[in-house]
Ligand binder design. Sequence first.
Ligand code: CO
Length: 505
Amino acid sequence: MRSSKQFEELRELSSEIQYYNAILSLLHWDQETHMPPGAIASRSHQIAQLSAMIHEKKSGSKFKAALEKLISLSTGQPKAKGLSLTERASLREWRKEYIRATKLPVSFVKTFSQVTSEATQIWATAKKQNNFKLFAPFLEKIVELSREKAKILGFEDHPYDALLEGYEPCMTTHKVSVIFKGLQKELTRLLQKIKAKKQVEDGFLHEKVGDKTQMEIGHDFLAKLPIDMAYTRLDLSAHPFSIAMHPQDSRITTRIIPHSFISNIFSVLHEAGHAMYEMGLPVETWGTPLSEAISLSIHESQSRWWETLIGRSLPFWKSRYPALQKMLPALKKVPLERFHRAINKVSPSLIRVEADEVTYCLHVIVRFEIEQALISGSLQVNDLPAAWNAKMKEYLGVVPPTDTEGVLQDVHWSLGDFGYFPTYALGNLFAAQFFTAFAKKYTDWEQRVAAGDFLFIREWLREKIHRCGRMYNAEELVKKVTGKHLNERAYCSYLKKKYAKIYNF
Ligand code: CO
């Protein structure tokens, strides 16, 4: 049999899995947007059934046999002759995924999902009641399971490496630590400078705006982006998210906070950035890793690109502010420059998801250091609230008065997602680094954006990032696009330049 025929067989099996994954995503989307609340029990069963079926297909003998015809599972050497570069890349990624999917015994996966599903519910109650003690025994169990998981998956240096790899394949604890050290130093220095300056006034961003107007604003901002409305839609949910079934079906949600209309706009821009990435993946290789996103950090680089580098820039608002003033007439007395300063106000706060560009990564660094300590065993769950508060004081200069606003704020640990947090910060670094290459090519980007032209930006992202799928890993991609390895410098110099103007120093 010729290798192309064998490759097609494998691709068909993989496509089948992708279709089931897409259906699973659709169930999740429906659950968060339109599902009647009483349907939750039956929905959980549907999701559990489908997830088990997908896992079986991914780790089953049929897939293994098809994969082994083309690549050696033990060495990673391609077996077939005449494979193209892209086929080789697909095989490399399929093999990696297969090995990771089959390392964890089914009994372990089951226990992990049972414990975390119960823990998520307990966490929600504990957060509501400000009762860390209620959550602690569950978290202890999850930490223990996560350490076991790291052991099963294997690592060379730090057990945290094995967990991080699940979200960011080319990263290690050591690499992230080095980057975060430099980042933390620079951010702290910048924050001190800003704190010494007069705070910007942003009261007009907190006038009440009703649901209907906010949704109209959300739809208007989405429609002005270079996004194909035939392949996307915007809905409401408790927490904003994006989810893609296919490059031609990539959906987003937002949430409405009555006294913060700007939060809705930034959610839309953020999630649209995620959606545009998924829509830019090549349709023709669908079913293979070449039409999948590289990693969480690269995904987050795309959302932060539109939300911050573009969406919080003055040129963007030169083009969009008049329309917003029309929808919110109270803003007519607020000049553009004042509005732009207000949406970029820097102020250390307790909650990560509400943090500004300067302090955001510090929140992530707090979590990264705590996660490592929990996984290595140098920090016990009972000492966690105290450790959290101490780090918040050290890095951000604020101490949460309650655990609800502190250690209990994020859902991730209850889901067993250790290793996820660093990708939020890394996404910002990737985005800033990509942006330097973009700005070098388009020296007139500010004029074009001010004139309402956004399409050339998407085209650049599509060509340089989206269309690659998983051809390269994140490190290779950033090297290819910018000529440099991932580092914190581009992000720091972007922030320094921008905030020196906003805060006059
Ligand atoms: Co995101």
